[in-house]
Design a protein around this ligand. Structure first.
Ligand code: ADP
Ligand code: MG
Length: 410
């Protein structure tokens, strides 16, 4: 693989478990009750559709967050993270955790305990826990959900629960993790990240219907089609992301009101069934910005459904154009791309990718490219070179075969 190209390797579970156990012993002394791992995620297609009750289609990454945890007899929570080497331990008492009462990285863990306790899913005590993670942070690959979901499966087990044993139970844990992120950590995210981290199956992508809550595990075996999924972390983070996210949400709500539908999902369904023509829907909006935003959401939901059809039919070598069209729509109609993301997808395609797109919320973060197996080093080298020529910070790369969701690993 080319010189200077940085790969974000995933730890094997044995290494992650050893890291978490060693860190736990150093921080707290003795042995944890166990080590639980939860993966980050990457969304294949279906971007900005979740809050429009649409479809999205994530897989779990081979990169996980490892949590070594031991219950206490009192209700104190003490957390140490290998990723926060210069911080003092994060502390709180379980009874004192609530909206607005705690801050900092520990809110993702303590908030999960709080939400589970509030929902009757955790009746246990406080705990000591050590966190070690190889999920790239701030790359849009959901290190936050990985942290929450590692805590959710650990607390379910140690509290004597069995939610982690079924998909239905895991869906309840998803809701607890979403509440932790929204109400305690204060990040207004939907449920895609937590669903992927808790529900994903190895070798499958997870089709999520954000209207009905239905999930489908669709086989996604790129290797047998001679392909692989390359993740490109652009290292770019542009300002105003939170404001832009909120403005996209409100534009979608405004468009739905003008169309007289509950959400743009209803408009997408009407277009898909032939009840409405897309042009007819857009004409009724009578505002160029709302037209562009709505066109992205309707076509993106359609592309996600088509993507699922191709996967079900095993026609993986045909998914490239859908990825390309998704990127163009996010760049031109939804206007959430960034120069670095555009450069990454162009360079990847020129180097032989079948298709490429930005993934995640946008304005930086990561892109994905589907590339012929064995060419990932060449494609990464080409993207790395294009970034150097453009004067961008060097990107980082990861391979992303679809892995399974959160579980106890030691
Ligand atoms: P993303 O989820 O895309 O990586 P977020 O901003 O949603 O980005 O979440 C990142 C935050 O999650 C970090 O700022 C930190 O508070 C918390 N976090 C994630 N992983 C860890 C970790 N291993 N140790 C400590 N905090 C973490
Ligand atoms: Mg996050």
């Amino acid at each position: 693989m080319s010189d200077g190209v940085r790969w974000l390797g995933a730890w094997p579970h044995t290494q992650g478990a050893a890291h978490a156990r060693t860190g736990f012993a150093a921080a707290f002394g003795g042995e944890p009750s166990g080590v639980w791992a939860a993966p980050g995620r990457v969304n294949l297609i279906g971007e900005h559709t979740d809050y429009n009750n649409g479809l999205c289609f994530p897989t779990a990454l081979p990169h996980s967050t490892y949590l070594a945890l031991r219950p206490r007899t009192d209700d104190a929570i003490t957390l140490v993270s290998a990723q926060m080497p210069r911080s003092a331990p994060w502390t709180a008492t379980l009874n004192a955790v609530g909206p607005g009462t705690v801050a900092g990285w520990g809110t993702y863990v303590a908030g999960t305990a709080w939400a589970m306790a509030a929902g009757g899913a955790y009746g246990g005590s406080g705990f000591d826990a050590f966190v070690a993670s190889c999920v790239p942070g701030g790359a849009g690959l959901s290190s936050s959900a990985a942290l929450e979901c590692s805590a959710a499966v650990a607390l379910d087990e140690l509290g004597g629960g069995s939610l982690r044993q079924t998909d239905e139970g895991r869906a309840i844990l998803v809701q607890c993790c979403v509440r932790a992120e929204n109400e305690i950590a204060g990040a207004p995210t939907g449920g895609m990240d937590q669903s992927a981290s808790l529900l994903a199956r190895a070798g499958h992508a997870l089709l999520l219907d954000c209207l009905t809550g239905a999930t489908e595990h669709v086989p996604f075996d790129l290797t047998s089609s001679g392909l692989t999924l390359l993740v490109i972390d652009t290292r770019a983070h542009h300002a105003l992301v939170d404001g832009q996210y909120a403005s996209r949400r409100s534009q979608c709500e405004q468009a739905a009101r003008r169309l007289g539908v509950e959400s743009l999902r209803q408009a997408a369904d009407a277009v898909a069934s032939g009840t409405w023509a897309l042009s007819e829907v857009l004409d009724r909006l009578d505002d160029p910005v709302l037209i562009r935003r709505t066109r992205h959401i309707i076509t993106e939901i359609g592309r996600t459904a088509q993507f699922a059809e191709l996967l079900r039919a095993g026609r993986l070598d045909e998914i490239g154009p859908l990825l390309d069209a998704s990127h163009a729509s996010l760049r031109d109609d939804y206007e959430v791309s960034a120069r670095e993301l555009d450069a990454a997808v162009v360079a990847a395609r020129e180097a032989g990718a079948l298709g490429a797109r930005m993934t995640g919320g946008g304005f930086g973060g990561s892109a994905i490219a589907v590339v012929p197996l064995g060419t990932e080093g060449h494609v990464a080298g080409a993207v790395h070179g294009a970034f150097a020529t453009a004067g961008f910070e060097p990107p980082a790369f990861a391979l992303a075969p679809p892995m399974q969701g959160a579980a106890r690993i030691a």
